[in-house]
Design a protein around this ligand. Structure first.
Ligand code: NGQ
Ligand code: ZN
Length: 451
């Protein structure tokens, strides 16, 4: 079936264009015409942007958003948050996983994300026994993606140590643990689980240098089969210190020396790097997966984005803990963190360029690479994954070109109008078509989990 979308303004890979007509067939863009009037049956909208990739999510954590903001008996930190998170993780069965993930995916689509990378590690039943289908929980993420329409890159996690140097895992980690030599079975089960989704991708995710050994890291990487390889790294100073104590090297330094880090890789957070690590990571071709809202919420520290981008580094954004799902908000906080530390403005823009445009372009390109997509954006051959903005929003009126992106990222809320995934409209007037049913089911799920 062929149909066409027409936009007054659209951001193409070549830049902003006017009166843009996209012809679609079977969910894919077949032609892009500019300076062309709409035809009688075309759907007409104001401003089109390519859908953004959300390169790092733990969907289940959406169910505990706002529930870890109470001070505990000792100094609160990332590590005390992790205890709260583990307790929550232990209550989630397959049905709860699907319900919570669907809620998170609805919100992602409503904010302009059209693909999500699920860094997925709750593999087994609460007592640690594998489900009959090793990838049962991953299959529930795939079902939630199918229900909501978001594109999925599933990243099954290898987790088998509780700290550097092969320390044993704790009881709170029993649902995550797999034998490294059997990790390939989980990856193939994950491929089967995702197989029915249009343009589903499977990669691998050694959880962190804390959770694997050098040998098992190599084993995990060998299962990637050309797909993406994601790892959490250097998020907290304690991890940096423990890594130095174990190897005399900082985490990113260690990884760059011991692994073939290239454009298949995504280093999530990479918050704590010295100058030399920053340069080497930038030159490796890997993506730094930044999650500014979660990194702020967890007290991680600030990524040195200015130096990293100046060295040609690639970045993308992720919603990670899903404490707040907001694509524009991630980009805004990324820039604001730099402004607050360096006491300047327009820190991440190119010379004389728009900050919003730089952030958007970087997150689109980096996220695309990190999630193993081949062709994205408003070009023939790409899936029709895009969103539109409300042209009558007070921060968008009377603007064109990059000023629209600056308005979207810095000056508004609820600006997303429509969202299309593989040409199918899943969000209208800012609301996902399944929002009501997904919300009702999510509320029931939380009633039982929190009671
Ligand atoms: C996670 N999240 O796997 O969900 C982690 C916490 C850990 C973030 N790092 C657990 N943001 O790193 O050990
Ligand atoms: Zn994470």
């Amino acid at each position: 079936m062929t149909h066409a979308l027409w936009f007054r303004h659209a951001l193409l890979p070549t830049g902003w264009a006017e009166q843009v007509r996209l012809e679609l067939a079977a969910g894919v863009i077949t032609s892009v015409a500019t300076n062309t009037p709409p035809q009688p049956n075309d759907e007409r909208h104001a401003i089109a942007l390519p859908g953004l990739p959300n390169l790092h999510s733990h969907a289940f954590q959406r169910g505990m958003a706002g529930l870890a903001e109470v001070r505990g008996p000792s100094a609160d930190s990332f590590w005390t948050w992790r205890e709260v998170m583990y307790r929550f993780a232990h209550r989630i069965g397959p049905a709860e996983m699907q319900s919570i993930a669907a809620m998170a995916f609805v919100e992602m689509l409503e904010s302009g994300f059209t693909r999500v990378g699920e860094f997925h590690y709750i593999h087994h039943a609460p007592d640690g026994t594998p489900y009959a289908d090793l990838a049962e929980m991953g299959a529930r993420l795939a079902a939630a993606a199918d229900e909501t329409g978001i594109a999925l890159t599933l990243l099954p996690v290898l987790y088998h140590c509780g700290g550097f140097g092969g320390q044993p895992t704790g009881d709170g980690q029993r649902r995550f643990v797999n034998r490294p030599d059997l990790f390939g079975l989980l990856v193939s089960a994950s491929r089967r689980a995702v197989g029915f989704l249009p343009d589903g991708v499977v990669g691998v995710a050694p959880h962190s240098l804390r959770a694997v050994t050098p040998d098992s890291l190599s084993l995990a990487v060998s299962q990637a089969q050309g797909g993406p390889i994601h790892i959490h790294i250097a998020e907290q100073m304690r991890e940096v210190e423990d890594c130095v104590a174990w190897s005399s090297q900082r985490p990113v330094d260690w990884l760059l020396r011991h692994m073939p880090v290239n454009d298949q890789w995504c280093l999530v957070h990479a918050t704590h790097m010295d100058r030399c690590e920053t340069q080497r990571l930038a030159h490796s071709g890997a993506v730094a997966g930044l999650c500014p809202i979660t990194e702020a919420n967890l007290g991680d520290g600030l990524f040195n984005a200015g130096d990293f981008l100046a060295e040609g580094g690639r970045i993308g954004i992720g919603s990670d803990s899903n404490v707040l799902i907001d694509a524009a908000g991630e980009l805004r906080l990324l820039e604001y963190g730099q402004r607050l530390t360096h006491r300047g403005r327009n820190m991440l823009a190119m010379d004389k360029g728009s900050t919003g445009r730089r952030l958007f372009d970087a997150a689109l390109a980096g996220g695309t690479q990190a999630l193993g997509q081949k062709r994205v954006g408003l070009v023939p051959g790409a899936a029709a994954d895009l969103f539109s903005l409300k042209a009558d929003h007070p921060s968008l009126v009377a603007r064109r070109g990059d000023a629209l992106l600056d308005g979207f990222i810095f000056a508004g809320r609820s600006m997303v109008d429509g969202v299309w995934r593989r040409g199918r409209r899943v969000v209208s007037d800012g609301r996902h078509h399944a929002r009501d049913t997904v919300t009702v089911r999510f509320a029931k799920t939380l009633e039982s989990l929190l009671s």
